[in-house]
Design a protein around this ligand. Structure first.
Ligand SMILES: Nc1ncnc2c1ncn2[C@@H]1O[C@H](COP(=O)(O)OP(=O)(O)OP(=O)(O)O)[C@@H](O)[C@H]1O
Ligand SMILES: [Mg+2]
Length: 175
């Protein structure tokens, strides 16, 4: 079940918005604008097909947060094979997961992800693999190809506590 559907089932009002990213730079601009606003316990579920821009978004966000917190620059490889890559900015922990190869939701516990959802800032690609373990108050971004090769449409679904962060990040990134 998607984040918004879960939120509705729990009686929370889910908010929807759609973003259009005209270029990889626009996608990165929104990620960078969101990066400093995140706090431990914030979970971003990055949905959408192969090559839709999930890692591109996560890399821009992680590198921006490392820089914002004064941490050294780091490469942010796709966690395709490691499933999880963790980064420490000195102020917060950032977890980047790619669950494409996850075979069973039990592995979510084994990877320490369930705990990280409470304690760290988490970005999760292929979040459908989480099943019922997906946090209810996550921000879900669903990426899809736009009309041109370099464009993407992204649907945002989130509970009300995300509204101010999304509004601020959109204004800052001009998307
Ligand atoms: N507007 C855009 N936003 C994001 N990426 C874009 C955009 N336009 C083109 N791209 C390109 O699309 C590719 C997206 O690849 P990326 O690895 O981020 O996909 P992914 O969704 O993580 O795929 P996977 O499911 O395999 O992990 C990159 O090469 C990126 O440069
Ligand atoms: Mg990826």
């Amino acid at each position: 079940m998607r984040g918004a559907a879960r939120a509705l089932q729990k009686g929370m009002s889910a908010r929807f918005s759609r973003l259009h990213f005209a270029s990889p730079e626009a996608t990165a601009r929104f990620a960078k604008a969101l990066a400093p606003l995140l706090v431990p316990g914030d979970v971003l579920l990055l949905d959408g097909p192969i090559g839709s821009g999930k890692t591109h978004f996560a890399r821009a966000l992680i590198q921006a947060r490392l820089a914002f917190d004064g941490a050294p620059e780091e490469d942010v490889p796709s966690p395709t094979f490691t499933l999880v890559q963790a980064y420490e900015t000195g102020k917060v922990g950032l977890w980047h997961a790619d669950l494409y190869r996850l075979t069973h939701p039990d592995e979510v516990e084994e990877l320490g992800l369930a705990q990280a959802f409470d304690d760290e800032i988490c970005l999760v690609e292929w979040p459908d693999r989480l099943g019922a373990l997906a946090p209810d108050d996550a921000l879900t971004l669903t990426f899809e190809q736009g009309d041109e090769p370099e464009t993407r449409n992204v649907a945002l679904e989130a509970g009300p506590r995300w509204a101010d962060k999304i509004t601020a990040a959109r204004a800052h990134a001009d998307v």
